[in-house]
Design a protein around this ligand. Structure first.
Ligand code: ADP
Ligand code: MG
Length: 253
């Protein structure tokens, strides 16, 4: 089954075509890479899927159903994401940062929480438990009570990941998850991403500028350049594709 399907998706910024009639699909249970040089349109694809920036043409389907809802409903439908630049509430604890993610899908909205305190409190405890579990599975339970401000960069990236995971999305979008990480952190994060897929049953779509990182991790890779798809296939196929080599060489000039 296809978890996500893009069909002829186009996103324009004024005269600039950031994503140009892009079609590709992400299979359920896969780790799918979306790669390409800087400015290729990768983050714009993520913004279209998570409805931060609606496409100008084309369709996006999630689990076979057309995705044309607002951004806040995307979360409820089962799509989580992280951002290219870490966005944490610096003055809040790690646990609070993760529970902010949960509150967006909490059954007890602000009003009902005020009216039905005991139920809300029970839910609060459940949310705390879920957040704690995710921190444990990411190997950073000791950070729960620490302020986000001043945490090592690698830990900040994991906290952001935890916030997306805690909602148990069926599809998680990771935008440059290893940017700014050292080689050891990169290897560890590759393991974490496999764990998310295998233990949390999440389908993973990840954007990476770094081609070497995705090679050992992804089942399938879609390559973009200047808004268009230029190649697709297994890591081996993509790595040998002359157009892909050209796109990356061109970037180094
Ligand atoms: P990538 O993530 O592959 O590096 P982006 O999707 O961020 O690329 O950007 C694709 C193109 O769209 C770039 O030329 C970028 O400058 C442009 N772009 C992205 N977001 C905006 C925006 N909000 N307004 C105008 N241009 C944008
Ligand atoms: Mg980007």
């Amino acid at each position: 089954m296809e978890m996500l399907q893009l069909d002829g998706v186009t996103v324009r910024f004024g005269g600039l075509v950031a994503v140009n009639s892009l079609s590709f699909s992400v299979a359920e249970g896969s780790i799918h890479g979306l790669i390409g040089p800087n400015g290729a349109g990768k983050s714009t694809v993520f913004n279209a899927v998570s409805r931060f920036r609606k496409q100008d043409a084309g369709t996006i389907a999630f689990k076979g159903r057309r995705l044309d809802c607002e951004a806040h409903e995307v979360v409820k439908r089962g799509i989580g994401r992280t951002f290219q630049n870490v966005e944490l509430f610096r003055g809040q604890t790690v646990l609070d940062n993760i529970m902010i993610g949960l509150h967006t899908s909490s059954r007890a909205d602000f009003l009902s929480a005020a009216l039905r305190m005991p139920a809300a409190l029970r839910e609060e405890a459940e949310l705390r438990q879920k957040a704690t579990e995710v921190l444990e599975s990411l190997g950073i339970p000791g950070y729960a009570g620490r302020l986000a401000h001043g945490l090592p960069y690698g830990v900040q990236k994991l906290v952001e990941l935890a916030r997306a995971m805690v909602l148990r999305p069926s599809l998680i979008l990771l935008d440059e998850p290893v940017a700014g990480m050292n080689p050891t952190e990169r290897r560890e994060l590759a393991q974490v991403i496999r764990m998310i897929r295998d233990s949390y049953n999440m389908t993973v779509l990840l954007v990476e500028h770094d081609m070497s990182f995705v090679m050992g991790l992804c089942d399938k890779i879609t390559v973009m350049n200047f808004g268009s798809k230029i190649a697709e296939g297994t890591p081996d196929e993509v790595q040998r594709n002359p157009q892909v080599i050209q796109a990356y060489l061109g970037e180094e000039d």
